[in-house]
Design a protein around this ligand. Structure first.
Ligand SMILES: [Fe+2]
Length: 360
């Protein structure tokens, strides 16, 4: 038995950014974004389309968005009486916007939901998400990951009300990504696809989506890094990111994500690389114990993964990101248990320790 839910309307393709207006039926809109010249250009395009709508802007979302970012955004929503949210940016912006949309309607602050387990009672404001990277898939997932930078915490909020109402995926918006960001976000997409495959929540639909995404990424990630202006390749990567996002929307992520959070919070490793660090070892661990994973491993094995990551300049050893043997307890402490649980093979603390020791 399996189920699959995806309430988000998806508009995909070059030029889809020109169709934002068709999906905006409110007069007061909050645009959530981060700082970037290219985004400003796109934001101007959106403004032009929306004509007479009143558009308030929250543009202070940081990479690895904080609970403070969300609370500031919510304050703006109430000041501007916004009726819907448009998110323009990478996963950080979309995640923050998801919680802003939700908290505009639900009581409490972002900290309650991210770190105190408060239950979400009501559907939030409608959210239209426009990704400017190809990797997070956040435009089609019911998750938002929020950080407390003082306490070095990072945790996912999961709820069906976090699905955006509309996702506008225009691959042209990703063409200005520098190589490092292309590599990082592409590795994140690959982590999503693989982790969806080895999740206990996987079903035939998430498997199809994920396998297709893995194939596309193996064939296109290096090219996307080497030929940034090749729009066909960018389109493939945007599609893979979307498919990976759709796969985890129902199958969730797994060990590589669970272990990735302390790499980011304590050592500043970008999310995609933080996930890709352990991905080959997690695959090896799972392949030993699962026939299905074993089959996938024969096609896209751990060696091929390492080769791909090295080829696009990602770090594959803990020493390269400043993590030493004596830091392993800190990493183990920061592993997010609820994300680890979805792995089809039970992974104990000792298994993670052994795995980390292999990549010192
Ligand atoms: Fe991710």
């Amino acid at each position: 038995m399996w189920e699959f839910q995806l309430p988000t309307k998806i508009i995909f393709g070059r030029g889809s950014i020109d169709r934002v207006w068709e999906n905006v039926d409110k007069k007061k809109v909050l645009l959530v974004t981060g700082k970037s010249g290219f985004r400003e250009q796109t934001a101007r395009k959106i403004r032009k389309q929306l004509g007479s709508a009143e558009i308030a802007v929250y543009d202070k979302v940081e990479p690895n968005p904080t609970y403070q970012n969300v609370d500031e955004g919510v304050e703006l929503v109430s000041d501007a009486r916004s009726q819907m949210i448009i998110a323009l940016g990478g996963g950080s912006v979309i995640d923050a916007a998801k919680l802003i949309a939700l908290l505009a309607v639900n009581e409490g602050d972002a900290y309650d939901y991210a770190f105190r387990g408060k239950k979400i009672e009501r559907k939030g404001l409608p959210l239209l998400a426009i990704p400017t990277t190809a990797g997070t898939g956040s435009e089609v997932t019911p998750f938002a990951v929020i950080s407390d930078k003082e306490k070095k915490l990072k945790a996912p909020v999961r709820n069906r009300y976090l699905f955006p109402k509309v996702a506008v995926v225009d691959p042209q918006l990703t063409a200005s990504m520098p190589k490092e960001l292309t590599a990082n976000t592409g590795a994140d997409a690959l982590a999503h696809a693989l982790e969806a495959l080895w999740s206990k929540k996987a079903g035939p639909i998430t498997d199809y989506l994920a396998l297709r995404a893995v194939k596309i990424i193996f064939e296109n990630l290096k090219k996307a890094c080497d030929e940034p202006q090749n729009i066909e390749v960018r389109e493939e990567m945007s599609l893979a990111s979307l498919l990976g996002g759709m796969a985890i929307s129902n199958a969730w992520t797994g060990p590589a994500h669970a272990i990735s959070y302390p790499f980011t919070t304590h050592f500043g490793v970008a999310h995609g690389n933080a996930c890709s660090l352990t991905l080959p070892e997690v695959m090896e661990f799972n392949a030993l114990k699962s026939e299905k994973i074993n089959r996938i491993t024969q096609l896209y094995g751990p060696e091929k993964l390492r080769e791909l990551f090295k080829g696009v300049g990602l770090k594959t050893k803990l020493s390269e990101v400043g993590v030493k043997k004596e830091d392993i307890p800190v990493i183990l402490e920061g592993v997010v248990a609820s994300t680890l649980e979805t792995n089809m093979v039970k992974m104990e603390k000792g298994d993670i320790e052994a795995l980390l020791n292999k990549i010192l």
